[in-house]
Design a protein around this ligand. Structure first.
Ligand SMILES: [Mn+2]
Length: 370
């Protein structure tokens, strides 16, 4: 009788995601892996990447955390600086063949990173995908753990820790790790308002290991001047229809991209508004792209569905946008129209895209386009 019980336990162990992951990693000892974060890394992704780096140290696996855009939110800059998390920004550089033996995607499935094609060109195999967004096509990893019902991807990594993939000790590194994951969970779940039971369990597990003072310092970053300016333009240009506030802010430097979600958060505080959408053209050295951010307090709106239905898909089949519980984003490449132009053409371009995007949203909510 006892023997049977043991067998069940062992089998359960084998079915645990953390055990499967550990078994895979054991076979990859000594390798160097690239963890791919979205182009504008958020605390959830950064904490997951950092967790991966910490937990694979035991197999002698070296990890670089890569992203193709900018870290532009002052809270995120504070997070990586205060917690000593090193990230590598890849602008236009190719990834050297042989540099990485595998890629790992956290808090995304490749659709929010411009590095995917470069990884393919360098023949880097996709090893692992850990994400909490809806399942997407594209990557064929050896290990996938996709849990759309979880509020923060960080909670999935905490689950691995809880299952014993790596004991948390009282080192500075592990204190930073617990603090990073806690920040990931807090910021991803709107300060736990959108948190699921698994996120609360994760937060409770992390709490004794967290550095409360550091967390306070990370969370209490003030808005930059640029963010204030973007908020001011967003306010001035806003159009409100049936509780939707939609506004375009014109051209933005990539470094200021995170002003968009911050402006959306701010617009959501107006009493008649339940959903705020802020978009602009983000300019980096080589390209221009429309970026947009949606925030809602309305329970009947699913940002993911709403953005997919409103904006549709691009030629490659992937959607321009998507989201999570109460927040979402979209990115529309400008293709042939991309590139810095003179003032007149830039204005024409912005006016055209602004009109088109507003029309799509107004049509979707059944409102008149001005
Ligand atoms: Mn996330």
């Amino acid at each position: 009788m006892k023997k049977e019980f043991d067998t069940v336990l062992i089998e359960e162990g084998v079915h645990k995601k953390s055990s499967q992951l550990a078994a895979l990693l054991k076979g990859r000892a000594g390798e160097r892996h690239a963890v791919i974060l979205q182009d504008f890394p958020d605390p959830d992704a950064i904490s997951c990447g950092y967790a991966y780096r910490c937990l694979v140290e035991q197999w002698g696996i070296e990890v670089d955390l890569l992203y193709g855009g900018r870290i532009s939110h002052q809270e995120n800059i504070a997070m990586v600086n205060l917690l000593n998390i090193s990230l590598i920004q890849y602008d236009a550089d190719e990834i050297a063949p042989g540099r990485y033996q595998g890629s790992v995607f956290v808090d995304g499935q490749g659709t929010t990173s411009c590095l995917v094609e470069r990884l393919q060109r360098a023949n880097v195999p996709v090893l692992i995908v850990v994400d909490h967004h809806a399942q997407q096509e594209g990557l064929q990893p050896l290990f996938a753990d996709i849990r759309p019902a979880v509020g923060a991807c960080a909670s999935i990594f905490v689950d691995y820790l809880r299952e014993g993939i790596m004991p948390l000790v009282s080192s500075q590194e592990h204190r930073n790790l617990a603090t990073a994951l806690m920040h990931g969970i807090i910021s991803e779940t709107a300060a736990l308002i959108e948190a699921q039971p698994v996120d609360f369990t994760a937060a409770a597990f992390l709490q004794p290991h967290c550095d409360r003072e550091l967390l306070v310092e990370i969370l209490h970053q003030q808005r930059s001047q640029k963010v204030m300016e973007v908020i001011s333009v967003a306010l001035e240009n806003r159009v409100i229809r049936s509780g939707f506030c939609i506004t375009g802010v014109g051209y933005l430097r990539a470094a200021d991209r995170d002003a968009l979600p911050q402006a959306a958060d701010f617009l959501l505080t107006e009493e008649t508004v339940h959903t705020a959408i802020v978009f602009g053209i983000v300019q980096s050295d080589e390209k221009e792209e429309i970026h947009g951010s949606l925030r809602t307090t309305k329970l009947t709106i699913s940002p993911d569905q709403f953005l997919k239905e409103t904006l549709g898909r691009m030629g490659s089949g992937s959607y321009y946008g998507g989201g999570k519980a109460r927040a979402g984003g979209f990115e529309i490449p400008l293709g042939f129209l991309s590139g810095h132009d003179d003032a007149e053409l830039s204005k024409l371009k912005w006016d055209t895209f602004k009109a088109k995007i507003q029309k799509k949203f107004f049509n979707k909510i059944g409102a008149e386009v001005m």
